[in-house]
Design a protein around this ligand. Structure first.
Ligand SMILES: [Zn+2]
Length: 99
């Protein structure tokens, strides 16, 4: 069990109040009509499953019901931050620029 600080409610709450929505920042194909079935399959089903830091979408299902982004370590459930969808992109891009 771990605690997530919902950026909309700005209050730390137990994990049970939230639901996982999947990997964050998956780019939709720019030209969908030119994608092969295999490329669509990769886009829809082939998600990252790292042991370590992962950018994830979460929903506050027992609270404000809004979506937000969490950077969570999948090995130990440490949370580096939680951002609204508009704030998260800048944080993600800043981290990717360091790599
Ligand atoms: Zn909330």
């Amino acid at each position: 069990m771990f605690v997530i600080n919902c950026p909309h409610c700005n209050e730390p709450r137990e994990e049970e109040e939230f639901h996982y929505e999947g990997e964050a920042f998956i780019a939709r194909p720019a030209e969908p009509e030119t994608q092969t079935d295999a490329e669509w399959g990769d886009y829809l089903f082939m998600k990252k499953n790292p042991k370590g830091w992962h950018w994830e979408m979460w929903g506050h299902s027992a609270g404000c019901r809004k979506l937000f982004v969490v950077k969570r370590n999948t090995a130990n459930h440490a949370i580096d931050g939680a951002w609204t969808l508009t704030e998260a992109r800048a944080a993600y891009d800043a981290e990717m620029a360091k790599i």
